[in-house]
Ligand binder design. Structure first.
Ligand code: RIB
Length: 286
């Protein structure tokens, strides 16, 4: 969970530059919180295990307002996670994250937070907290299913045992990092990741171009994103993840789930902010 400080700029600042922002807003965000909200808004019973400081109480309120069970949120005396986000005139962003309270993870805490979950419950993991390899392994040992969004992509994401992953959702940069290979087309990326994450369903998101996967018959399937007036892309990937997993869990096909998730993510781009821009299921036609 992060306190997002969002600066509206005409273009993203470059090395050595000082630029003026036209506005600044303090919003609720953090990949885990956004993904939990997207899951809950899509219709799944969702808990978020996270840590916040006294400055993060509004983050917890946002979770509750959006239907996430916040009973696994830990309160610390130290500051919450922070994100400095620039959003340019085309809605593109760049983000710096400081982990703050999100760094509060230990073996004992993992065991405690996982204790209420059972076989076939889903664990969704992003990479803004430490020890995600241990969390995935412990969840898998309980018979839970694991969805990994290796964002931000770094060595900690690669440390997760691929055999622990049931659903991998990556963007192009994350895919190239995990595959350690560049300049591949989408089918090649999926094939390459499939050789690493042999037992996982793999979904590649391609921002405004849409998303793709390998369907139930083994064929490459790509779905385009609907065209919308983009205001802020922050949280779009998190929205995609929540809707994709929920639709798959409801029994929708891979192609149907890609379509629904792209639609939800596109709508999230039409509003400023991360958590607050995630659409509810009633705003969508499915
Ligand atoms: O995915 C978007 C999120 O990334 C933002 O809300 C920010 O907090 C960072 O975690």
């Amino acid at each position: 969970m992060n306190v997002d400080l969002v600066f509206k700029v005409s273009s993203i600042v470059e090395e050595g530059q000082t630029i003026s922002a036209s506005s600044m807003a303090k919003n609720a965000g953090g990949k885990g919180a956004n993904q939990a909200i997207a899951l809950a808004q899509a219709g799944m019973k969702t808990y978020l295990a996270a840590s916040i400081g006294p400055d993060g109480l509004f983050l917890e309120d946002m979770l509750k307002d959006k239907g996430v069970d916040a009973s696994l949120v830990t309160h610390l005396d130290s500051p919450s996670g922070q994100a400095i986000i620039q959003v340019d005139s085309k809605g593109r962003n760049c983000i710096i994250v400081l982990s703050g309270a999100n760094g509060n993870v230990s073996e004992a805490l993992i065991d405690e937070k996982l204790s209420g979950f059972r076989k076939n419950d889903w664990l969704v993991l992003e990479n803004e907290i430490p020890m995600i390899d241990a969390i995935a392994a412990k969840a898998k040992a309980k018979g839970m299913k694991v969805c990994l969004n290796p964002s931000p992509a770094n060595e900690a994401a690669r440390a997760v045992d691929p055999a622990d992953v049931d659903l991998l959702i990556v963007n192009e940069a994350e895919a190239e990092f995990l595959a350690q290979k560049k300049d591949m087309d989408y089918p090649e990326i999926l094939q390459c990741l499939g050789q690493i994450y042999e037992t996982a369903e793999i979904v590649l998101t391609a921002s405004s171009k849409g998303a793709c996967s390998i369907d139930e018959s083994g064929a490459f399937v790509m779905v385009s994103s609907p065209k919308v007036k983009v205001v802020d892309t922050t949280g779009a990937g998190d929205t995609f993840l929540g809707y994709y997993l929920c639709l798959r869990s409801e029994g929708s096909s891979i192609e149907e789930s890609l379509e629904g998730a792209c639609y939800a993510a596109s709508l999230a781009c039409t509003k400023m902010g991360a958590a607050r821009s995630i659409p509810s299921r009633s705003e969508l036609d499915f």
